[in-house]
Design a protein around this ligand. Structure first.
Ligand code: NAP
Length: 314
């Protein structure tokens, strides 16, 4: 149930940025309302071991890290509800946000709606998602035991997913459109050291080939250097080619770049007073859990400052 009252702080998104903002805002006694979107917990909830979040020398599983942040925010009084944000109005007296067809008024808003996995845009994509096509190895990897699978991409996500999938699959083909990975050196070293992973360089997937039951059976590949085409048998395609920011609701209303990333000034400020921005929704460079958390913290502190100026005696 959504509140009909004027909220002090609404936070859109419950990934690392949104939850950190919720911890800070709740600890400042602002009782923030967190709107969890289509992917509660954000990208960390679908990842495996996080080795670079400070404070966990042995690493920590992404879902556990997120659950801890969620609990921490709740402990201080953050409230959570599931709602999809579809529209925004920052120009009237109060900031308004449309969540599940209902307009909510709030004094301050923190947009931390993150980014969603990108797919290749090939024929039958929608139909095949969940039938041998996915962007989440952690969610679906265990379904593909002792069968060949492929991962598409050359970044840290592709490296991480490939390594994770070697626990289950008989073979992991890593299909990358160039001949060099973009992933960090440590991840590349692990990929190249793993005998179950076979990189296929300079190659793109041009077609998904389902079986008669509509499950993925193979992919058609094209070498971008030679234009040579071939078919590769795989039971599942794991797409790890990056993310698109979740900013549809703010199109034409907040400043964004050509790819839809929100443009923040002074790290977390939008063009509207009381509207702040945090995390991957505005970060096309670093996209790390720790940078998202840092922006979430800054956004909540700015929201607190903004509110205290509105109500100097409260
Ligand atoms: P990314 O770094 O943007 O890499 C995306 C990869 O997909 C690139 O190799 C890119 O190729 C490829 N690609 C993009 N569009 C494509 C298309 N249409 N067809 C085929 N290939 C395509 O994304 P990411 O791997 O999701 O990582 C995002 C951020 O999260 C990064 O900052 C990364 O460091 C971080 N991350 C860190 C960890 C970790 O530290 N353990 C784990 C996961 C993610 P090109 O290289 O040719 O551009």
């Amino acid at each position: 149930m959504l509140s009909f009252f004027m909220e002090k702080v609404i936070i859109v998104g419950s990934g690392c940025a949104g939850l950190t903002a919720a911890i800070y805002a709740a600890r400042a006694n602002l009782s923030p309302l967190v709107l969890e979107g289509r992917q509660p917990g954000g990208q960390l909830s679908t990842t495996t071991l996080v080795e670079n979040y400070p404070g966990f020398p042995e690493g920590i599983d992404g879902p556990e890290l997120i659950l801890n942040m969620h609990k921490q925010a709740e402990t201080f009084g953050a409230r959570f509800t599931y709602a999809e944000v579809t529209d925004f109005d920052g120009g009237s007296k109060h900031v308004r946000i449309k969540a599940d067809d209902e307009w909510l008024d709030t004094q301050a808003l923190i947009i931390a709606s993150g980014a969603s996995a990108r797919y290749l845009g090939l024929e039958n994509e929608e139909k095949l998602i969940g039938h041998g096509l996915t962007s989440c190895a952690t969610c679906d990897g265990a379904f593909y035991k002792n069968v060949p699978v492929c991962v598409v991409g050359g970044g840290d996500s592709a490296a991480e997913e490939s390594l994770f999938l070697t626990r289950f699959a008989s073979k992991v083909y890593l299909i990358h459109r160039r001949d060099k990975m973009r992933a960090s050196v440590i991840m590349q070293e692990r990929v190249f050291a793993n005998k179950k992973i076979e990189p296929i360089w300079n190659t793109v997937v041009t077609k998904y080939i389902p079986d008669e039951k509509g499950e993925m059976r193979a992919v058609r590949l094209r070498n971008v250097e030679t234009n040579e085409e071939r078919e590769l048998d795989v039971a599942c395609v794991f797409v790890a080619i990056g993310h698109d920011p979740n900013t549809k609701a703010y199109r034409g209303k907040l400043d964004m770049d050509a790819d839809g990333y929100l443009i923040a000034k002074n790290l977390v400020e939008s063009k509207y007073p009381g509207v702040f921005i945090a995390g991957d929704v505005a970060d096309r460079v670093y996209k790390q859990a720790v940078t998202a958390a840092g922006m979430g913290c800054a956004a909540a502190m700015e929201a607190e400052r903004y509110l205290s100026k509105l109500e100097p005696h409260s």
